[in-house]
Design a protein around this ligand. Sequence first.
Ligand code: FAD
Ligand code: DHB
Length: 386
Amino acid sequence: ARTTVGIIGGGPAGLLLARLLHRAGVDSVVLERCDRAYVEQRQRAGILEQATVDVLREVGAGERMDHEGLVHHGIELRFDGRAHRIDFPGLACGRSVMVYAQTEVVKDLIALQLAQGGPLLFEAEVSRVTGTDTDSPVIHYRHEGQDRTLACDAVVGCDGFHGVARNVFDGPRVFERTYPYSWLGILADAPPSYDELIYAHSERGFALASMRTPTVSRLYLQVPNGTDPASWSDGQIWDELDFRVATKMNRGAIMQKSVLPMRSFVSEPMRSGSLYLAGDAAHIVPPTGAKGLNLAITDVVVLARALAHRQATGETALLDSYSADSLRRVWRAEHFSYFMTSTLHTAPDQSPFETRLQLAQLDRIASSPHAAAELAENYTGLPLRP
Ligand code: FAD
Ligand code: DHB
């Protein structure tokens, strides 16, 4: 088989790339290792930046999002017995964010692609990519019990952090940081206790009160690395949230409980010959800045434009600058995610001096519109070209 762009991975990056290419008249095939139900249920991100919302509307995936998504004009920071609201539109040129779960974005994109788009194969596991130093790379995969190949003009690795595309790179430069804490995340059948997200610094560690719908809460607690989710009873989780968020939370049945490790990771460059990387395949951020999903989306917006431009004009300038342009944006998001994470969490060996520095930084954000604007601009999303 042959196509113009072979896409490895049917997460948000791969699915949106296929939509954007389809609309630009560029053929593609998406190969996804897991089955459809699994991809649609995987509980992950919940916050869409303005630019992500805009592109989902543009590709026709905005209808349910605009109906069911919750527009948020700010977040609240809690620390040292104080509560401070960050007003997004006022501080970040009118921008806001949307609460709409990654699971729902993925469902909407899959439905569209299957109804009108190139092939999207589930349970198609890619083992390797060959010929990336030529204009005719080949993807090797297994589908319906058979080994198959897909010849392409370009291959895009959208196969996430544990994917195979990155392995093709000859001597990539890898930058990595692990954090000395994880998040215990729960999904609860309980109305959110507050109408915006609360990011809470406390003497017992970080907590985040988020939501999925007006009746479902998504809540996170900082926990030590290696924590077994089963070691926290439901009652303990609610008591700890009440303490750290400094609010009596609305309680309800806990439907899911899991522990997420935290990592920063960048693999440079994001291109090797005719193979391009996008999303988590190339970079990971700790989740505190809500950037992971949004960064994956911006990567493929830029890449789709460059691939369409080459097909229309034969010019490769946009493709040639993809890696360098994207890395600049990626490193901005890496810095913001690191900043939010290290300002709000309590490291196991943290000294009282370091805690005072965190509180001084939070106080600065609460008292200076300039400092607050820096947070609001980063949180609601930076321009495609920084
Ligand atoms: P993915 O969503 O990982 O998609 C990659 C796809 O490739 C998967 O469907 C995978 O099955 C497929 N694949 C992998 N290998 C192969 C192969 N060999 N062949 C074929 N297919 C393959 N971000 C936030 O902003 N907020 C959050 O709260 C948040 N929580 C997260 C929680 C978890 C547990 C994780 C893992 C991530 C979280 N993120 C969060 C990050 C965000 O979900 C990711 O940044 C986003 O999913 C990136 O999209 P992607 O399409 O690049 O990668
Ligand atoms: C969610 C996750 C985040 O990491 C974040 O910063 C905000 C919201 C969420 O899952 O709702």
